[in-house]
Design a protein around this ligand. Sequence first.
Ligand SMILES: *Cc1c(COP(=O)(O)O)cnc(C)c1O
Length: 465
Amino acid sequence: MSRPSNADISRRDLAHVWHPCTQMHDHEQLPLVPIRRGEGIWLEDFDGQRYMDAISSWWVNLFGHAHPQLNAALREQAETLEHVILAGFTHEAIVELSERLVALAPPGLTRCFYADNGSSGIEVALKMSVHAWRNQGLMKKTRFIALENSYHGETLGALGVTDIPLFSETYQPLLQAPLRAPSPAAPAGAPDGDCDRYCDLALAGMEALLAKHAHEVAAVIVEPLVQGAAGMRMYSPRYLTRLRELCDQYAVYLIADEIAVGFGRTGTLFACEQANITPDFLVLSKGLTAGYLPMSVVLTHARIYEVFYDRYETLKGFLHSHSYTGNALAARVALASLDLFAQGDVIAANRQLALVMAEAIAPLRAHPKVSSVRQTGMIAAIELVRDKASGTPYDWRERRGLAIFQAALKRGLLLRPIGHVVYFMPPYIITPEQIHWMVATAIEAIDEGLRAPAGASSEIGPSMA
Ligand SMILES: *Cc1c(COP(=O)(O)O)cnc(C)c1O
């Protein structure tokens, strides 16, 4: 039997698969990319073309595709125990993973509650924070404060605290609206360099909200250091340090959504380390299993755990569950990923790679259509504007990001711009040579995408988030 081609797989896919975050009509013109296999930083399609995965397959992959050590751990676990109910039962992988996460996380986070994916981890943190106040007799603390341009996932609770209208507007009648605090990150189109001012403004805005609403607020939720889905908008650790003080002062819990930034993306294992803080809830997913399997965990401290701990009849227990809570395969792969961190001193190696990335992207500052070149650790972003002097953005209908995506794909590079922000978030196994190739190829793709006639692909939806 001959091996299927890209066209064969695409035809069968489009007959039945409904793709995420996609206007399916786009695929009348935009070819799907059917991937046959992955190896290291490369993905290979059914026609034999290779693509460098510069976005870690939606920010999940840490050590490349089909990693031999992760594969072996998974295989061994599958032969022993694939899954068992975690209520009333337990298994060695989840015990060991919890011990190791507690040892690595900011000090004081000693309890791990597991869920199936990032969004459901956010749901756990939101519910737990409200429930914790309730168990202390404070029934009115049921609202949340979230930042402008935040992204916390797509389930209804998580979407409620998200501020990306493209994803949330349609579902507004189903969502509980949070209080919105200003973002400490520079707005779209702004030049780099004024981050102290945005940080101060955002702190003043947060304090005003807390002063007025703390009595009805359960928690503040933030994406530490990088607001990912808003276009890799970055801000100073100083904001988090002060936010921790404000949350303590006003008796409001702090939820750190490190789903995207955890596990070394920002230059430290967890972004909160750079601000020297311990949140009340730390939500981890994506890199937790190195991009292998869906799993999330919410870490919290003893004081929270204790307000739930009582006789059954008090109904103070956290009666939340997901079928696959604490899945053994996911836990084993997460452990194998932590082994890779320990073996190679990945954080130190990443610091070197981040310097190479900084050097490679620096020339883009002089590009006539680039308003911002920003970087936090292993995440780098380039923002494109129609007019640099005034910061005037491209019209979203021009879909320049999509044109850049296509131009990069043609050259063997997987980029997925968010609107007009091109970003790099590569797996940690990338080499300095590959970084230079990735950035040089992206620059060619940007120039081709910006040269394309305006609206050439205007039938193809608004965002590439
Ligand atoms: C991806 C992401 C989520 C949602 O995680 P899913 O696994 O996609 O549900 C939440 N918050 C942040 C910051 C994310 O990047």
